[in-house]
Design a protein around this ligand. Sequence first.
Ligand code: ZN
Length: 339
Amino acid sequence: MAEAGSFADRVKQQADIVRVVGEYVRLKKTGKDFSGLCPFHQEKTPSFTVSPIKQIFYCFGCGKGGDVFNFVREMEKCDFPEALKIVAEKCGIALPSPRERSPEERRETQHRTLILEMHRAAQTFYSEQLASTPEGRVAQGYLEDRGLHQEAIEQFGIGYAPSGGEALVRFLRPKYKDEKLLADSGLISRDQSGRLFDRFRRRISFPIANEGGKIVAFGCRALGDDTPKYLNSPETPIYSKSNVLYHLDRAKEALRRQDFAILVEGYMDAIQVARAGISNVVASCGTSLAEPQIKLLARFTRRVIVNYDPDSAGQAATERSVALLLEQDFEVKVLALPP
Ligand code: ZN
């Protein structure tokens, strides 16, 4: 453990508590220190302070305080090793590579890293397609009709997967030559003859991020009458539908501050709610909530308002989700809006 200890010391020395806390709390410089609204208790005037000199935080309202690791542990509801990892990552400090990792594990890690990278590349590609192609402009018109203008497009990284079927393949191919890797990413599919083609075609793309804000999948809505209307990424080495809640990466602070979540069905719903200024919203991105998603949410709050579609599928999904939430000791309310 001596080595782990020295690594923790090194991270603590190099980490900037103001920068780390600043990712969760809006901080303002006040003299030598920074202050903001406390993320651990409800308040209207800031009594939460961060000292860059002492590298500690302290709240005069609720008395919580400590170093950068205490802060992250409290915010993320995680243990010390996990907090250490998060802080190191946020500050760009490389983790020591565990000696015992097998070649197999190393290959898998590398495979996942490449797939994550491909998702970032695909995100750039889809954004450019939306911004600067004739097809993309049609998609922009569709979005505008739904009140999603430039600001929302940028905020949520909305893009466009063009028709044709090989645009993304051509874009990724020069850098990612391994066909298995391309197919494993879920962004590219393979037909019976082995030919590679884009999974998402003529669709508006919504990046789906994991809790840490990394893009792990896409949800795509057909622009025309193509079926299915919504097509999401398949299960991949970096994405499991039941482990991800859409918008959680951006909702964390509000969830904690307000201590309740609004649960909606799809990413479009979540975006509309968030655009209306209600940021403690998450979407299950499927017809029903899965147990791992509930456990994920429980780290932030145990109070939920379920607001699924008022149609019959939505009703059934509401019932299933409520039952599961109650099983996990959640306090649940159902918000039914008129159709
Ligand atoms: Zn406080």
